[in-house]
Design a binder for this molecule. Sequence first.
Ligand SMILES: *Cc1c(COP(=O)(O)O)cnc(C)c1O
Length: 234
Amino acid sequence: MATLFEAWQGVQGRIDAACTACGRNSTEVALLAVSKTFPALAVRELYIHGQRCFGENYAQELAQKCIDLADCSDIEWHFIGPLQSNKTRIVAESAHWVHTIDRFKIAERLNNQRPAHLPALNVCIQVNVSGEASKSGIHPDQLLELATAIRQLPHLQLRGLMCIPEATSDEDTLAKQFQSLKYCQAALQDQGFKLDTLSMGMSADLELAIASGTTLVRVGSAIFGARHYQQEKQ
Ligand SMILES: *Cc1c(COP(=O)(O)O)cnc(C)c1O
């Protein structure tokens, strides 16, 4: 079995190859290592090899890892899980990025709870590109209104858009959904929003996401191995 380091290198190799295949420079695509459910020690190991951006889904787990890894002061923590009102304070105090904003109330709480000594919290709006009723994310028709409201919040910096496509292996469906996030970004840019981030692509579909213009892939299992869901916590 590949070591953690080899698996991480393997993912970087996939990113490089996918960029080459579609004529992009691999410096345009950031790798977010999704460390949820894995111990701080695994994060530290990749940190030593040079990985800096890590993704977490659960507020308590993020807060604990921030404590355990406080000496790794240039880690960039990205919160990528669903965010409930009662967890916003922890995230506002610990994270550098939040990818999953889909309602103003959560954005407003993060803004109000962001400590004054920290720089603005980078945020992405999560867009429901699959149209599934069960999915989080704002409907594309309501995106401009939410983005306009978030832009007024001084302690948040709107950086881009994020999506989780339908759970399917059908490449045409996935590519369509990735492209619709790209169209949403272009529409906001036409309205004057400066958005430099498209957060899309995971272990199974990062090549497709890269071909569709992603700037950040969120990769968990291809680096850290299978997660044990019974250990996941909220
Ligand atoms: C867990 C998670 C990932 C990582 O998924 P893998 O398939 O393990 O790469 C990416 N994005 C989000 C939002 C997640 O919750």
